[in-house]
Design a protein around this ligand. Structure first.
Ligand code: GYE
Length: 343
């Protein structure tokens, strides 16, 4: 069985199953079934087969990231993409990578949920001669085990958040006040959590009057953000600032704050700093619920497409590639700015 047969074998089996199950049959819907269309493209040996192991679907940022990669690695652009959602579990990513190796894909794209634990499986990919491209989060492994990494400078995002707070408190005449802070952390040991926590801590060290009451893991989800914020509000009655390591946890925190009868945002009594700057964060800023969101650009698709084509042509690529980023706060013309935003 050759490589494409192995890859298509699975999809064909799935297609048969769907047809037997009566799903998506041409005669019933009057439209061509996705499985039939897939089958045609699968037969094209010229396509570059890419296995993509995504972290999950935990946030708006993640949805935009998946969309960007899926819409770049299309058959029209020369790719056959196998997408696997790991549902926030590293074991699922291990399984996906091992399946990609068995399927003899040309490239593996991995967004590692956490930074550690990748040596063995990435060595297996290397031994199979399959280049691995890391996207979004980093893996702490020997450089030889991946072709390159694209993502954000999380540490500088965290530093920018600290500097923003410094400036904001100064403008409010609160620079010397005791400031009580809590942090909703993203998935522990993920690059976004490690970098944002570290960058913010660097600025914090310069301010003896900033007191970090507690940092708690809320796994980057809105539900966890709400749950953890509820607990923190019960434990502390003097929270001045919430640093939420992504927008979805901030949305959950806003709900918890309102439920507790407290207020937040520029006119409220709790200042909220967030990360990602997804569309819904613009809504939350425009409605005065959160103060600022530090952009993290999820649109990796076009760059990834370029990188794979370059590697495929035998060209070398930069090992580390950062995305450009800025931030948005309620002092800006957010209505105008959001018109330029794609996620
Ligand atoms: O900030 C968060 C997501 O790794 C940059 O993961 C990513 C983070 C992003 O769940 O919303």
């Amino acid at each position: 069985m050759n490589r494409i047969q192995k890859i298509t074998g699975l999809a064909a089996a799935l297609g048969t199953f769907l047809l037997l199950a009566g799903c998506g049959a041409k005669e019933q819907s009057g439209q061509e079934t996705p499985t039939a269309r897939q089958f045609e493209t699968e037969m094209d040996e010229n396509l570059i087969a890419v296995g993509f192991s995504q972290v999950g679907a935990e946030s708006d940022w993640r949805a935009a990231n998946t969309e960007s990669i899926q819409s770049a690695l299309t058959p029209e652009n020369g790719f056959y993409l196998i997408y696997e959602d790991a549902q926030q579990k590293q074991e699922n990513q291990f399984k996906a990578i091992r399946n990609f190796i068995l399927q003899e894909v040309d490239y593996i794209v991995l967004s590692p949920i956490v930074e550690t634990g990748w040596d063995t499986v990435l060595q297996e990919a290397k031994d199979a001669g399959i280049p691995v491209i890391l996207v979004d989060r980093m893996a702490q492994v020997d450089e030889e085990l991946y072709a390159c990494w694209i993502g954000a400078d999380f540490e500088s995002e965290g530093r920018r958040a600290g500097e923003w707070l410094e400036q904001y408190l100064k403008e409010q005449g609160r620079a010397d006040e005791e400031i009580h802070i809590v942090t909703l952390q993203g998935t522990l040991d993920s690059s976004a959590q490690l970098g944002r926590t570290k960058g913010f801590a660097e600025v914090m060290r310069k301010h003896d009057n900033w007191d970090m009451l507690e940092m708690r893991d809320a796994d980057f989800t809105q539900a966890k953000g709400q749950e953890v914020m509820e607990a923190l509000l019960q434990k502390y009655d003097d929270i001045d600032v919430v640093v939420s390591e992504n927008d979805n946890m901030a949305f959950g925190a806003v709900d918890a704050i309102h439920e507790a009868g407290r207020s937040c945002g520029p006119d409220g009594d709790i200042t909220i700093l967030s990360f990602d700057a997804v569309n819904a964060a613009f809504d939350a800023m425009l409605s005065g619920e959160i103060n600022v969101s530090f952009e993290c650009n999820p649109l990796h698709g076009p760059k990834l497409q370029e990188i794979i084509h370059a590697l495929n042509d035998g060209k070398s690529v930069d090992k580390i590639q950062y995305m450009e980023e800025t931030y948005f706060d309620t002092s800006m013309d957010l209505e105008e700015l959001r018109k330029t935003r794609a996620y």
